[in-house]
Design a protein around this ligand. Structure first.
Ligand code: KG4
Ligand code: ZN
Length: 337
């Protein structure tokens, strides 16, 4: 049995997780989100400083929860990209120091592959072939997956402009809701009527790419021209437009490629309406749907440990110590080294 430590510092969450054979032993998370809220978005230097302060306490907490000691680790995995450069470097420097001091192999992990692997901690190994919909603050992608640790990741579609989470965050700002916008819209939309407005469904029926900036502009125009609009109604109609396109394209991709497992991951996968609509549409199409519990959808260290665990099991060679942060690392493989 391999015991793998995972470290995640790509954005504003400091995450540490310990995984063994696909099972989560313990995890700890600290967030600098509140420090960014007054700026309406993540400030990289504040995030990096917060990682420095939180990493060691999170590490102790994760070890305590997992009831293991550093000597019992078999490997260390760390997010090397994509993400904020200074934030990534903090985690990378720490992971290298631990790997050197404790004499453990080091693995550089792609953050988005981490989001996918998070689901294995809840639902077990992925089948031989599956389709993943990644919906996070910076990315929206439909992917064809084979063996996550061994095989290249095939992009079926990506966003042409704003990512799904970015659209939630920008629209929340337009509506005067707090940052991060996704959870705020999710909350107020429950009181609204999703049919109060009919917002555009961009690029439906046009392959598997996404576009959300037109929707955001249409909404901004509506709000500007009608300042008295009900915020819950606008939020609900916006959310419906986003999740309608996401779920239609994801189910369409499964059908087009003859694949019967869909996994939805990333921060936006915590959205209540997306989870319900995806469940309905997958059930109707005979597709097995996997979505991790909300705390495993947003950034965390367990998901990075989960990828490390798969890499160790696949006998993947560890990274060299000159492994560097790659802020805009494309997603072609789970391992970045
Ligand atoms: O995956 P994640 O934690 O970080 C990135 O890798 O980007 O995703 C963060 C994004 C933010 O845009 C946030 O607003 C969105 O996920 N998000 C949500 C919800 N919870 C987080 N969007 C919609 N509904 C939610 N409940
Ligand atoms: Zn993420």
């Amino acid at each position: 049995m391999a015991v793998v430590l995972g470290i995640e510092t790509s954005c504003d969450e400091t995450g540490v997780g310990i995984v063994a054979d696909g099972r989560l032993l313990g995890a700890a998370l600290a967030s600098s989100m509140d420090e960014h809220a007054r700026f309406g978005g993540v400030i990289p230097e504040i995030a990096a400083r917060a990682h420095l302060e939180s990493l060691i306490p999170c590490l102790h907490e994760a070890f305590e929860r997992a009831r293991i000691k550093p000597g019992e680790l078999d490997a260390i995995a760390v997010t090397s990209g994509p993400g904020l450069a200074t934030a990534l470097q903090t985690g990378l420097a720490a992971a290298k120091a631990f790997a050197l001091a404790w004499d453990k192999p080091l693995y550089g992990v792609h953050h988005l592959a981490g989001h996918v692997a998070a689901d294995t901690l809840e639902h077990g190994p992925l089948p031989g072939r599956s389709i993943a919909l990644i919906v996070s603050g910076g990315h929206t992608s439909l992917l064809l997956l084979n063996d996550l640790a061994r095989d290249p990741i095939v992009h079926l579609g990506d966003t042409r402009d704003d990512a799904a989470g970015e659209a939630f965050d920008k629209v929340a700002r337009i509506l005067g809701l707090p940052y991060p916008g996704g959870p705020a819209i999710d909350r107020v939309a429950r009181e609204g009527d999703p049919e109060a407005f009919s917002f555009p469904r961009a690029m439906l029926g046009q392959g598997f790419d996404f576009s959300f900036s037109g929707l955001k502009s249409a909404l901004a125009r509506q709000v500007e021209q009608n300042p008295g609009l009900s915020v819950p109604d606008v939020a609900a109609a916006f959310q419906e437009a986003v999740v309608d396109v996401l779920t239609r394209k994801a189910v369409g991709a499964c059908r087009a490629h003859g694949i019967d497992t869909l996994v939805i991951v990333g921060g936006v996968a915590a959205n209540g309406r997306l989870r319900r609509l995806a469940a309905e549409r997958c059930a109707a199409a005979g597709i097995a749907l996997r979505i991790p519990p909300p705390w495993l959808c947003t950034d965390n260290g367990a998901m990075i440990a989960a990828v490390g665990d798969l890499l160790v099991a696949a006998d993947h060679p560890p990274a060299a110590f000159d492994l560097s942060a790659d802020p805009s690392c494309p997603l072609t493989k789970a391992v970045t080294s």
